[in-house]
Design a protein around this ligand. Structure first.
Ligand SMILES: *[C@@H]1O[C@H](CO)[C@@H](O)[C@H](O)[C@H]1NC(C)=O
Ligand SMILES: *[C@@H]1O[C@H](CO)[C@@H](O)[C@H](O)[C@H]1NC(C)=O
Ligand SMILES: *[C@@H]1O[C@H](CO)[C@@H](O)[C@H](O)[C@H]1NC(C)=O
Length: 334
């Protein structure tokens, strides 16, 4: 049964990948035509300029993503055990489906995903005010607010991938890792699950002369221990909070229409809501404390500096595709 599903999905998806490439190139042509129109008419009002710029940013991001994807070995985009270019349905489990708005959102933990889920709930009529939705409820799958793409039949999956508007938000991979590390292992965060699940394991495996107490509680994992743990983890089985964008959202297999950057979150969230024509119904929640700040970078640098050069390089290598696909670099972190 599973095998049959995989097979059918696989053949449908081989077709889909072709369609995706085609869609990209034809859309690109359409965009060039559009920008020529802009020039000919010579009407540059303020709004049009802003729109044009954001449009170009999107096209650039998508183009450099596709360029990078073309350079990759296609075999590494699929799990090692598949044959005949079959894509397993679980590749789509991070993609939230909104059938009312014909929308697919691949959510990435630590990249404003709670707030995007809130926005989707408001768009779906499940809530009136994004602020009133509790974070615990947003992430509670048993409340059934969201459907995920892997829950559909192969035909339904392909139909949605081909016709729905697809988006995701990414951020500098090192900053996301630091954010995940601080959130799960450092903050006055009294949820012990991560310390029990990972902290104890990390300390046992990567700390020499660990004392009894930390072996028992999993408290006090250092960033360099965390980095070593990541370096030795199998990407397929990583926790969602630090799993690569590549293996969460498969941007080299799925053509995303909109690639948002967390570094510019509020502006790009507004652009996207405009594109989706829902700006009248919902605003992206703005929170001063969670806005991207310069200090985010300063804090991330401090943690990255606590690593040896080799460990930093190892971490980069582990997340290389995420860096390259979305135009981030080691830059400031060297
Ligand atoms: C998720 O929602 C269910 C149903 O309301 C509830 O029983 C459960 O405690 C919730 N889980 C969490 C972690 O909040
Ligand atoms: C976390 O739990 C410890 C021990 O139960 C307690 O002393 C501390 O105040 C708690 N911290 C927060 C932020 O809730
Ligand atoms: C902003 O986010 C923080 C942390 O997520 C939260 O504690 C705070 O209450 C939020 N601020 C507002 C105005 O809701």
């Amino acid at each position: 049964m599973v095998k049959l599903f995989l097979f059918r999905l696989g053949s449908l998806l081989s077709l889909l990948i072709l369609l995706v490439w085609e869609a990209f190139y034809s859309q690109n042509e359409a965009n060039y035509a559009e920008s020529n129109n802009f020039k000919r008419q010579n009407v540059y009002t303020f709004t049009e300029n802003v729109w044009k710029n954001s449009h170009q940013t999107q096209e650039q991001r998508k183009k450099s993503l596709i360029d990078y994807c073309h350079k990759r070995d296609p075999r590494e985009l699929l799990p090692p055990y598949t044959k005949n270019h079959e894509i397993p349905a679980y590749y789509f489990r991070n993609i939230i489906v909104n059938d009312n708005h014909k929308l697919l959102y691949c959510y990435i933990p630590k990249v404003a995903c709670s707030n995007w889920k809130r926005v989707l709930m408001v768009m779906n009529g499940d809530a009136a005010d994004p602020w009133k939705i509790k974070t615990a409820d947003v992430h509670n799958r048993s409340l059934g607010y969201f459907r995920y793409l892997n829950q559909y039949s192969p035909e339904e999956i392909v139909h949605r991938l081909n016709t729905y508007y697809k988006f995701l938000f990414v951020r500098h991979p090192f900053e996301r890792l630091v954010s995940a590390y601080r959130n799960k292992f450092v903050d006055s965060y009294n949820y012990t699950l991560f310390k029990e699940m990972y902290g104890r394991f990390i300390i046992r495996k990567y700390r020499r002369n660990a004392d009894k107490k930390s072996l028992k509680t999993g408290d006090g994992v250092s960033f360099s221990e965390f980095a070593e743990f990541l370096h030795n983890s199998d990407s397929e089985f990583m926790d969602w909070h630090w799993k690569q964008y590549d293996t969460l959202c498969h941007p080299c297999l799925i053509y995303y229409d909109f690639i948002g950057h967390f570094e510019n979150l509020y502006e790009e969230a507004d652009q996207l809501l405009d594109i989706l024509q829902v700006s009248d119904t919902v605003n992206f929640p703005r929170n001063k404390t969670s806005q991207y700040k310069l200090s985010t970078k300063v804090i991330a640098k401090r943690y990255l500096n606590s690593l040896s050069e080799k460990a930093r390089k190892n971490l980069y290598d582990k997340y290389k595709h995420d860096f390259e696909m979305f135009g981030y670099s080691m830059g400031d972190y060297l």
